[in-house]
Design a protein around this ligand. Structure first.
Ligand SMILES: [Zn+2]
Ligand SMILES: [Zn+2]
Length: 264
């Protein structure tokens, strides 16, 4: 199994996941050409994408969905509430390419997918785990808070892509953000802050997680250094050392990320 975050952040999200015989995207929040360019960068023919899983209808997750689906053979998987909410934005997509996520477990060829609910200011928001044999990776971004149910879905994955959106003091002191927007981001239906994200990672250590990609960083209210500091501090407070516990990478907005090969 291979995984690569093609883009992450409020200007567009897209993650590539590849099984033995199946290639999928989780979200398609860049425009079609940009997604194709980024796939080409890692040597993947865009027309070889089997399916796109949609987390929720915000434009940074669906911008390229309609055009990509019309240009290629791929199917689109989304929760029925998400289909309703993104209908107009994605335009016409052939009926046979539209798939509703009704249950939380389903297959895309050999890939077994589990979806789980996240709290966010959208019609519905999903996190996903992708399993192939005993290999598992999970993603959870765009969530106002994290709880033990979500942590359970993530914790036994080899690689977790988890939101670390903002540093609270930096957000609060940002003069460019009006109060209502700060409140929206901080709310239970907003985005996960560095501290809550780091606390969740601490809880996961020891359950099989080997790698973390901190994702959906705000370019305004966060920096990779602040994310690393939150993680380092929380592990150090328990007497541990982050680098000995887990490999950490930071997903980028403007650059294709590293390609990870998941062995088990
Ligand atoms: Zn988003
Ligand atoms: Zn969102």
């Amino acid at each position: 199994m291979r995984v690569c975050v093609l883009a992450s952040g409020s200007k567009g999200n897209c993650t590539f996941v590849e099984g033995e015989n199946t290639r999928i995207l989780i979200d398609a929040g860049l425009n079609k050409t940009e997604i194709e360019n980024r796939l080409n960068t890692i040597g993947i023919e865009p027309s070889s994408i089997d399916s796109i899983l949609i987390t929720h209808e915000h434009s940074d997750h669906i911008k390229g969905v309609g055009a990509f689906a019309r240009a290629h053979k791929c199917k689109i998987f989304a929760h029925p509430d998400t289909w309703g909410a993104m209908q107009e934005k994605v335009g016409t997509i052939q009926a046979e390419k539209r798939v509703g996520i009704f249950g939380s477990n389903f297959y895309i060829n050999e890939l077994a997918i589990t979806s789980f609910d996240l709290s966010h200011d959208s019609a519905h928001c999903l996190g996903f785990s992708v399993h192939e044999g005993n290999k598992k990776i999970s993603t959870a971004t765009d969530l106002g808070f994290i709880n033990d149910t979500i942590i359970k879905h993530l914790a036994d994955s080899s690689l977790v892509i988890l939101e670390s959106n903002h540093d609270i003091p930096r957000l609060m002191s940002n003069p460019k953000y009006p109060l209502y927007l700060k409140q929206r981001i901080l709310s239970n239906r907003g985005h996960l802050n560095n501290k809550d994200s780091a606390e969740a990672v601490l809880k996961m250590l020891g359950y099989g997680i080997r790698g973390l990609i901190a994702a959906h960083l705000s370019e305004e209210n966060n920096t990779p250094d602040l994310v690393m500091k939150a993680l380092n501090d929380i592990v150090a407070r328990q007497g541990g050392e982050l680098a000995k516990e887990i490999y950490v990478d930071i997903a980028k907005q403007h650059k294709v990320g590293n390609i990870y090969r998941i062995k088990s």
